[in-house]
Design a protein around this ligand. Structure first.
Ligand code: AOF
Ligand code: ZN
Length: 368
């Protein structure tokens, strides 16, 4: 390990340990290097806890003096729940700070870099910038728009189907992909499905990691008529996270009470005539609950609603080496799609990797 990229990669890996646990703060990692050796490391574990740099500085102690620091996010310059990291770095006498990406928080936004430079510390920005921006994109989204970043996840055949014409879908993706979905759930703040999925599959929507541990995201069911049964697994399965049922002002008040008694939180959202819950309003309400990253796990009707509302920010597909043939199988979306190619939603460069026998394809929806 000895290039700046290697150290920043290590800082990214450390930051990843906080993913899904830091809301409304970003996950951040920091590494302190002296004479080619890592002398301090840290990550931000949760809002209210010290920032990544502080853990790394504590570990480095006096060795921080004259050292290089690699931090995935611009060190903060403000006093929030904790004190300014830029000042802590200056006090410790570090020589140079490598920064992955700037902090979009308007209370920081370049001031951290300016403080370091004013103190005579060399600063280099943008090392593995794309990866660092990708990591904090949910935080940036919440900061700039007040709503969470939405990742649509689905398992599809090579001919793009999510279920056969008879509705069979278990299992399209392989074991490794299914295990990866649990690692993904562990790293997001909330997971959302439509009531159709609850009625059909009765999912728990919890995180089950092969080695145990992990955390459950907040579980959200979109259910404009409150058809979720009181005994649904999503409500009754013990979990360290809550359940939100998003509905409309039309919902039956007896059902609201019954679901609340069963342990769910019922969130009344605006209604879009003929379409049920206004998803943009729901996202605003989830944003107020500090949800930064929302994983959309279907089904096709909710996915299409999200497509129509233009709230899908990322797509993560597990593509299985399987063909269903025909045109009557189920797809990711339902109903009518776009008519003209010019109206297609475009994604940035796809990240493609192997996942057992499947392909994992991930991309970011472009917005102008
Ligand atoms: C850093 N290092 O590890 C993190 C930063 O309320 P506070 O004091 O925790 O401040 C939260 C803000 O600090 C957050 O909105 C973001 O701008 C920044 N997060 N900064 O230097 C860290 N997590
Ligand atoms: Zn800080």
């Amino acid at each position: 390990m000895n290039t700046p990229e290697d150290y920043m990669r290590r800082a990214l890996a450390l930051a990843g340990k906080g993913e899904g646990r830091t809301r409304p703060n970003p996950p951040v990692g920091a590494v302190i290097v002296k004479y080619g050796r890592i002398v301090g490391e840290g990550f931000h574990p949760a809002a209210g806890s010290p920032h990544a740099e502080i853990f790394a500085l504590r570990q480095a102690g006096e060795q921080a003096c004259g050292a290089d620091v690699y931090v995935t996010l611009e060190p903060c310059s403000h006093t929030g729940r904790t004190g300014p990291c830029a000042e802590a770095l200056i006090r410790s006498g570090v020589k140079k700070v490598w920064i992955g990406t700037g902090d979009p928080n308007p209370r920081v936004d370049g001031r951290g870099v300016a403080l370091l430079r004013a103190a005579g510390i060399e600063v280099e920005c943008g090392l593995l910038g794309d990866d660092c921006r990708w990591l904090i994109a949910p935080f940036s989204m919440l900061m700039s728009t007040g709503r969470p970043l939405v990742t649509l996840k689905a398992a599809v055949t090579l001919d793009g189907k999510t279920a056969t014409c008879q509705g069979e879908s278990q299992w399209i993706s392989g074991e490794q992909s299914r295990a990866d979905v649990h690692r993904l759930r562990d790293r997001v703040d909330a997971i959302m499905v439509g009531v159709g999925t609850v009625l059909r599959d009765n999912p728990r929507l919890t995180t089950r990691l092969s080695g145990g541990g992990g955390h459950d995201p907040l579980r959200v069911v979109v259910d404009s008529r409150l058809r979720t049964p009181d005994e649904a697994a999503v409500i009754n399965h013990s979990s360290d996270s809550g359940v939100v049922i998003a509905t409309t002002p039309q919902a039956d008040s007896d059902r609201v009470r019954a679901l609340e008694n069963a342990g769910a939180r019922v969130l009344v959202c605006n209604e879009i005539e003929g379409q049920g819950v206004d998803l943009q309003d729901l996202l605003r309400q989830l944003g107020k609950m500090d949800i930064m990253h929302l994983l959309l796990e279907g089904g096709a009707i909710l996915n299409q609603g999200a497509f129509n509302a233009d709230i899908i920010d990322r797509v993560r597909l597990y593509v299985a080496p399987m063909l269903f043939g025909g045109s009557d199988g189920k797809g990711i979306f339902s109903g009518h799609g776009i008519g003209q190619l010019a109206a297609a939603r475009r994604l940035g460069p796809l990240k493609v990797s192997g996942m057992g026998d499947d392909l994992l394809v991930e991309g970011e929806v472009l917005r102008c």
